[in-house]
Every structure is written in structure tokens, then in C-alpha cells.
Design a protein. Structure first.
Length: 602
């Protein structure tokens, strides 16, 4: 499966070919010389528990097996010549069609489904059947299909993963594999992995602990690595680390696919994670990119800190989200006037996304103004489940919240915090739907001519408010963006197109930039560079429609620009190992991108 050659000449396959020849010799009747018959040639029927057989197969990508190999299958698009030379004659109906027509047909089929989850399943099915067609369809129709393979539908898919499960995707590493993680990785058919997205399923989007069913997230994120960032599918590895789940509903669910036990914590957890991190580097080398995704706060920050100095790691929820939000704010400043240093920021939610964004904004302002970070942080306030984070709470705060405990009276409710802090920018990263109430949005609108409101929690059900609510309650004055997509909304004479402030804008380009430069570490300056590159792609025309981000339909071009800036930063910081640097980084990024066009088989 790993390459285009027809025969995989591994030691194993040579051995099995020999067995096949031996087996064949037995069925030739020595007297008549006639072969055939009903003999159990390979001893499979007569095998017993103590008489094992070899489950061998010969990996020749032709004929029937070619049609079932998702990397090479082209379905009805196999040409006459290919059908002749690859033993496909008769295995396909006579018509030969183009990939374009196949895309048209699939899109038509997918549109027939009323239920998004059915569309998701049809897409997953296509990915398993014909990988190039899947990516061609996704790339050519990214705005329509992103909400299917990604948020919000992927959230529902994870919630129902056990019921819709048909074929395993990615690599599952559970507590049972302790001591054998390297072996597990070696079972994966592809050897040249460049990027891993890994979750432990404890905080899937804003949906909480979904345990092993979190696998939908690494699978979805990596589809975007390929579709949006052009990383080859064979270089992408989705991983779920199963240490149990504390979700009682799942533990009682007969279709649950994971370990039925409470989550391992402490040393047991740390040891499995460490074995994984070590095995990954041992198996794939120093330049393998590991993206942590949807870990709970208590592990996410620790893992990033622990492995940030030894591995090429990046936490999408902390750093990717931070970079995309900063990009939106940079473009808001460009069009509204003013600078980030003039703003007051209030967050609802002080977890990975909230504190990650806050820190990157503080860093950017510090770079822009030469003010020390401790000072720029004071422009940023966070509210968590206990209210405004203030210095009187310092003792009891988790470590990642401490930098945000400023001098202030305690304030319990968000709306009171809005009135007390008077933010110009309100950002929701709480994972709690409907927390930007009418009162909150109205308070923002009474304080600001153009209130900037970001409802970032995913999927749509967890969004702090809807686009309609933000525009209506602010009388059409809000500059709004959300983590999950909302349709354009008509208000008065205007149609507002809400921006999607989702890390999907950043991680594919960031990943491509890291990979193409051979970077060995992720640096905060690369996140700033990515944010600036993304903001640089927003036009006046986009902004006039209410968009703080460029449309997703141009995402490959956008990713190439982000990749180029990230790679440039990697070279500048001395963190790149692919030398010498290419002359034109944007062109180089584009030239590295995977194409879903069919190849012609000789
Ligand atoms: O997956 C998404 O849509 C964005 C994200 O990382 C999250 O919400 O955890
Ligand atoms: Mg995430």
C-alpha cells in the first residue's frame, strides 16, 4: 500500500510467494499432469487451533485488489488501456468516466442526504474506497464539505463513533499496549510519516470526554492537513491514546469501542504518553510533527511544556487557536483602525484556548510596543466558571491562569464583568453554549460602536452565541466570528457573512511550513508569523462583507503563504534543517502540495 510498485518486495512477500509455488505444485496431479480439484491447498480447512496457518496475501496492486486499494483505485475512471494491462477487464462495467464526472456524481449523492451524519459517513466511505476522489471532492468543494468532515458534524460523529464504526481508522494505543508502543506503530503500513495528530479523547471539542471515540478528531484534522495544507495522505497518522474514559454513558454503551475503565492518571498516564513520545521519535526521527489535540487542560499544558524542548510538538487548541484569533484581530485593526494595544480584552473561558490566545495577544502587543509582557497582559481579563480571575483568587488558581489574575474586586457574572472591564473585544472559549446572552451582547453594543465578539467554542451547539444573535442584539454592529460555521445572516439591508475563526486556517499551513523547512522545534514567533500571514490574505472586499478571514475556498493558496512565513521564521531562528533554503518559499510550498489528480498507470 505504501508505494506505487506493483509488488512489495519485502522478505515476507518473497517467503509467501515461495509457499504459494509449493502449494501450487501439490495440486498438479503427478500422473495426468492436470491441475485443479477441490483440495484444501493451503490447509486452511483442516487447520485446528494447534495447527496454525499463515494468513498470507500477495500484494500485487492489480485486478480485483487494485479496485480495493484506496490509494490506487480510480473506479470507473480506469482507462481502456489500464483495464487491459491491470487485469481489470470484466471487473468494471464498460463505461469510462472522468474524475470530474465522478466528483459531480459524489457531490450529487451527498446532497441527497438530509442528515449531516449520513453525509459524513458517505465521505468516510469514499475516503476508504478512493482516496484521490475523496480529496478532489473535498478540495474542490471545501466550503460545502468542511462542515461535514470537520466541525460541527465530526463532533456528532465522535459522539456516535461506536455505532457508525465500520473500519478502523488510524492507530489505537491503549493501556494494554504498554511496553509495546513501538511495535504498535510498526504495524501501521506507512513508514514515512511526517505528521501525527494525537488525542486522548478527554476533551473532544466542547463535548467533553468521549474516550476512544475521539478518534474522529485526529482523522478529521489530518484530512484537512492533506486537503488544506497539501501534506500527502500517506505521511499523516491519526493516533488515539486510550487510557479509559470517565464518561459513564460510554462505559455503559454496548457499542463503545474503547477500554471499559476509568481514566488512568498520574504516573500510569505519564508513562504511556512518554513511551509513545519516545517511540514516535525512534520510529520516525527528529522531524516528525506531533500535534496534540483535544486533551483536557490539566494534561495539555503539561505535555506541551514537557515535550516542547525535545520534540517538534504543537498544541492546536492552545497555539493554533491563538494564532487564528490573533489573525482575525490583526485584520480587524487593519480595517477598523487603531492598534491591539488600544484594546481591552475579555475572555469567557480560561482553559487552553482562552489562555493560549491571551498569551499570544500579549506577546504581539509587547512586540509592537516594546512594553514588557507583564504589562501587556494587564489589558487582558479572563472569566472562568468562578467569575473574573482576580488577584484575590491567586492561591487557588491553576498555574496556567495565574498570569491573568489582575487587581480587581471579585466579579461573579459575565455581564457584570463586561460592565466593569468595558472590553472592546469579547472572546468565548468556554465550551459552554449560549453563554453570551442578550444582556451580554447588548452590554458590549452599548459600550462599543463596533463590538468585536468571537464565539469560538465547538461544535455549533457549544457556540457562546449564534451569528444571528450577535448581529440582532447588537443591531448589526457586531464584528462577529465563530469557531464553527454559521450561514450568512440578513439583517436590515445587509447580509453579514460571519467569519470562521477556526484553527483549520492555521495548522495545515503551519504544519507544511515546519515540514518543508525540516524544523525541529515550534517557536512562538512562528505562530505570530502564521497569524500575520493569514491576516495578510484578507482583502477590503472580504472585510466589507463582515469577514475577518479570507474565504476557505482559497485555502491552499493561503496555506502556502502561511507555510512560507513559518518556514522563513524557522530558517531565521536557526531551527530549520533542510538547507539551503529554497529561494521562493511560497512557490516552493505550492510545489510540495499533494495533488488529488489521478495518475496514469503504465
Ligand atoms: O476542531 C475544531 O473545530 C477546533 C478545535 O480544535 C476545537 O474546538 O477543539
Ligand atoms: Mg481541538
Amino acid at each position: 500500500m505504501s508505494n506505487g510498485s506493483l509488488l512489495m518486495a519485502t522478505d515476507e512477500s518473497t517467503a509467501t510467494l515461495k509457499e504459494m509455488r509449493d502449494g501450487y505444485a501439490e495440486v498438479v496431479d503427478p500422473k495426468s499432469g492436470v491441475s485443479g480439484g477441490v483440495q484444501d491447498v493451503y490447509g486452511e480447512d483442516t487447520a485446528t487451533e494447534d495447527q496454525p496457518v499463515t494468513p498470507w496475501s500477495v500484494s500485487v496492486a492489480s485486478g480485483y485488489s487494485l479496485l480495493r486499494d484506496p490509494h490506487h483505485n480510480k473506479g470507473l475512471a480506469f482507462s481502456e488501456k489500464e483495464r487491459n494491462s491491470h487485469y481489470l477487464r470484466g471487473l468494471l462495467p464498460p463505461t469510462v468516466i472522468s474524475q470530474e464526472l465522478q466528483v459531480k456524481k459524489m457531490l450529487h449523492n451527498i446532497r441527497q442526504y438530509q442528515v449531516p451524519l449520513q453525509k459524513y459517513m458517505a465521505m468516510m466511505d469514499l475516503q476508504e474506497r478512493n482516496q484521490k476522489l475523496f480529496y478532489k471532492l473535498l478540495i474542490d468543494n471545501v466550503e460545502e464539505l468542511l462542515p461535514i468532515v470537520y466541525t460541527p458534524t465530526v463532533g456528532e460523529a465522535c459522539q456516535k463513533y461506536g455505532s457508525i464504526y465500520s473500519r478502523p481508522q488510524g492507530v489505537f494505543i491503549s493501556l494494554k499496549d504498554k511496553g509495546k508502543v513501538l511495535e504498535v506503530l510498526r504495524n501501521w503500513p506507512e513508514k514515512n510519516i511526517q505528521v501525527i495528530v494525537v488525542t486522548d479523547g478527554e476533551r473532544i471539542l466542547g463535548l467533553g470526554d468521549l474516550g476512544c471515540h475521539g478518534m474522529g478528531i485526529p482523522v478529521g484534522k489530518l484530512s484537512l492537513y492533506t486537503a488544506l495544507g497539501g501534506i500527502r495522505p500517506s505521511a499523516c497518522l491519526p493516533v488515539t491514546i486510550d487510557v479509559g474514559t470517565n464518561n459513564e454513558k460510554l462505559l455503559d454503551d454496548e457499542f463503545y469501542i474503547g477500554l471499559r475503565q476509568k481514566r488512568a492518571i498520574g504516573q500510569e498516564y505519564a508513562e504511556l504518553l512518554h513511551e509513545f513520545m519516545t517511540a514516535v521519535k525512534q520510529n520516525y526521527g527528529e522531524r516528525i510533527l506531533i500535534q496534540f489535540e483535544d486533551f483536557a487542560n490539566h494534561n495539555a499544558f503539561d505535555l506541551l511544556e514537557k515535550y516542547g524542548t525535545t520534540h517538534l510538538v504543537f498544541n492546536d487548541d492552545i497555539q493554533g487557536t491563538a494564532s487564528v484569533v490573533l489573525a482575525g484581530l490583526i485584520s480587524a485593526m487593519k480595517f477598523l483602525g487603531g492598534s491591539l494595544a488600544d484594546q481591552r480584552f475579555l475572555f469567557l473561558g480560561a482553559g487552553e484556548a482562552g489562555t493560549g490566545i491571551a498569551e499570544l495577544i500579549a506577546l504581539e502587543i509587547s512586540k509592537q510596543t516594546n512594553m514588557p509582557l507583564e504589562e501587556t497582559r494587564k489589558k487582558i481579563w479572563l472569566v472562568d466558571s468562578k467569575g473574573l480571575i482576580v488577584s484575590s483568587r491567586l492561591e487557588s488558581l491553576q498555574h496556567f491562569k495565574k498570569p491573568w489574575a489582575h487587581e480587581h474586586e471579585p466579579v461573579k457574572e459575565l455581564v457584570d464583568a463586561v460592565n466593569a472591564i468595558k472590553p472592546t473585544i469579547l472572546i468565548g472559549t468556554s465550551g459552554q453554549g449560549r453563554t453570551f446572552t442578550k444582556e451580554v451582547v447588548e452590554a458590549m453594543a452599548s459600550l462599543n460602536e463596533k463590538p468585536i465578539i468571537f464565539s469560538l467554542s465547538n461544535p455549533t451547539s457549544q457556540s457562546e452565541c449564534t451569528a444571528e444573535e450577535a448581529y440582532t442584539w447588537s443591531q448589526g454592529r457586531a464584528i462577529f466570528a465563530s469557531g464553527s460555521p454559521f450561514d450568512p445572516f440578513e439583517y436590515g439591508d445587509n447580509v453579514f457573512v460571519p467569519g470562521q475563526a477556526n484553527n483549520a486556517y492555521i495548522f495545515p499551513g503551519l504544519g507544511l511550513g515546519l515540514i518543508m523547512s525540516g524544523a525541529i522545534r515550534v517557536h512562538d514567533d512562528m505562530l505570530l508569523a502564521a497569524a500575520e500571514a493569514l491576516a495578510g490574505q484578507v482583502t477590503q472586499e472580504n472585510f466589507d462583507k463582515g469577514l475577518l478571514y479570507p474565504p476557505f475556498k482559497n485555502i491552499r493558496k493561503i496555506s502556502a503563504h502561511i507555510a512560507a512565513e513559518v518556514a522563513a521564521k524557522a530558517y531565521e531562528l536557526g531551527l530549520a534543517t533542510r538547507l539551503p533554503p529554497p529561494k521562493d518559499l511560497v512557490k516552493y510550498a505550492e510545489s510540495c502540495m499533494y495533488s488529488p489528480a489521478y495518475r496514469t498507470y503504465r
